[in-house]
Design a protein around this ligand. Structure first.
Ligand code: GUN
Ligand code: FE
Length: 422
């Protein structure tokens, strides 16, 4: 039979849509050549010759997508949380990221990050590196070896950054980007994504050059949008020609269905309409939004408007790579938003959070995040025996317990596009 073809037997759960979990007790998930053929209560004859992996006591779910994470910030996670965004960047993020000019340091530090991501719930991720070409290529090589499927950005920053972490000018930054893009062509599962850090750290001239590269090479783009009130006020000073922060990206061709905007906490109506009309993706990062006191995203409204939303850990604004932890926090802070700010759109439930972590964020990678026919087969086999209880739970309740109480030690097996990582 073809490589990466097998049948997983057990209790299978995936999202049909943002409000619906499909739950199959004692069923078969079929993977042929890395692609899902669907879930069956009775195994069809045509798949009976495939190897069967029997996980009858476990819960099998799609892999999770981390739609926004800073790989070079992993080393100082959970330190320096008592400040707001702009102060935090100066005091913590920029000094640490400057160390990645040293490729040997980058290699060692990124190895820790990649090993931890590989052993966790994440099968797909979109991440920031640093402005350094060689360090970012080291990160991409480690990810390529890991079996994960990711998009990685060499960061662009040519203004309002400390001298030790600032590209000389727009031209040098664009040249370095082209060199990095050329050198990333050798990777199969690790793709480049254009990454202007955020509007305050990129001149209009640089944004124009990056917009041109995006258009010429048909590339995706990731950045930060409307995270913090001081940041937003600064953008309107820096780009007096723009009608909103989002407009400052749209102006340079960075607001479409290959765009991820992280945070989106303080959105004017214009930005909500813009995200919706252009099919852009929002990376909702609840832990970071609380840690650096940014606020709470109106994520229920975004889902109700059918805007594409996934979950981001935003390490090191967030402290952990655990997407289940981010799901629980997303649910919890949506309840605070509902209680204190706006009751109109309700609060997140388990279905909503599971959707964002799997099919919602996975959509940025194509048909990813489900076991429906034709989806790339990313799967986690979860064993909840160690989360002790005498209570007899339903499958949905067992999933809920795994989200709130589970750790990477509950992951028995992990598959990405049909390849077994462990
Ligand atoms: N805005 C610009 N850079 C960053 C960063 O590194 N983290 C977060 N959370 N927001 C940013
Ligand atoms: Fe971020």
């Amino acid at each position: 039979m073809i490589e990466n073809s097998f049948v997983l037997y057990g209790n299978i759960i995936y999202s049909e849509d943002k409000d619906t979990l499909k739950i199959f007790e004692n069923s078969y998930a079929v993977c042929v050549d890395g692609i899902s053929k669907g879930v069956f209560a009775v195994l069809p004859d045509e798949y009976k010759s495939l190897p069967l992996i029997d996980r009858r006591d476990c819960i099998i779910i799609p892999g999770m997508t981390d739609l926004h994470v800073h790989a070079p910030q992993y080393g100082f996670r959970s330190v320096g949380m008592d400040c707001e965004l702009l102060e935090w960047l100066e005091a913590h993020a920029f000094p640490e990221e400057s160390k990645y000019a040293d490729t040997e340091y980058a290699k060692k530090a990124y190895a820790l990050f990649v090993n931890d991501m590989r052993s966790g719930f994440t099968t797909r991720a979109c991440m920031f590196g640093t402005m350094h070409v060689n360090g970012t290529l080291e990160l991409m090589q480690l990810l390529e070896n890991s079996g994960l499927k990711t998009m990685v950005g060499k960061v662009n920053m040519d203004r309002n950054s400390p001298e030790y972490l600032c590209e000389e000018n727009a031209e040098k930054s664009a040249e370095a980007t082209l060199e990095w893009l050329e050198k990333s062509k050798k990777f199969k599962n690790t793709k480049p994504i254009i990454t202007p850090r955020f509007i305050p750290s990129c001149t209009d001239e640089l944004m124009e050059k990056l917009g041109k590269i995006i258009k010429e090479q048909n590339l995706p783009v990731q950045s930060h949008l409307s995270e913090n009130p001081s940041e937003i006020a600064w953008v309107s000073e820096l780009c007096p020609w723009s009608t909103s922060y989002g407009d400052a990206y749209r102006h340079f061709g960075m607001m479409n269905n290959k765009t991820i905007m992280a945070h989106c906490v303080h959105l004017p109506e214009e930005e909500i309409t813009m995200l919706k009309e252009n099919g852009a993706f929002v990376a909702h990062c609840p832990e970071s939004n609380m840690n650096i006191a940014s606020g709470i995203s109106p994520v229920c409204r975004l889902l109700a408007e059918d805007i594409n939303v996934g979950i981001g850990s935003d390490v090191a604004g967030g402290t952990t790579l655990s997407i289940p932890k981010a799901m629980a926090l997303a649910i919890q802070c949506s309840k605070i938003y509902w209680r204190y700010i706006d009751k109109k759109y309700g609060y997140l439930n388990l279905e909503n959070a599971f959707f964002m972590a799997t099919k919602g964020g996975g959509k940025f990678f194509g048909k990813v995040g489900s076991f429906e026919d034709g989806y790339e087969f990313d799967a986690l086999v979860l064993d909840d025996k160690s989360i002790a209880t005498y209570v007899d739970f339903t499958l949905k309740e067992r999933l809920e317990r795994l989200i709130y109480l589970g750790t990477k030690h509950n992951i028995k097996n992990k598959f990405v596009n049909g390849v077994q990582l462990f």
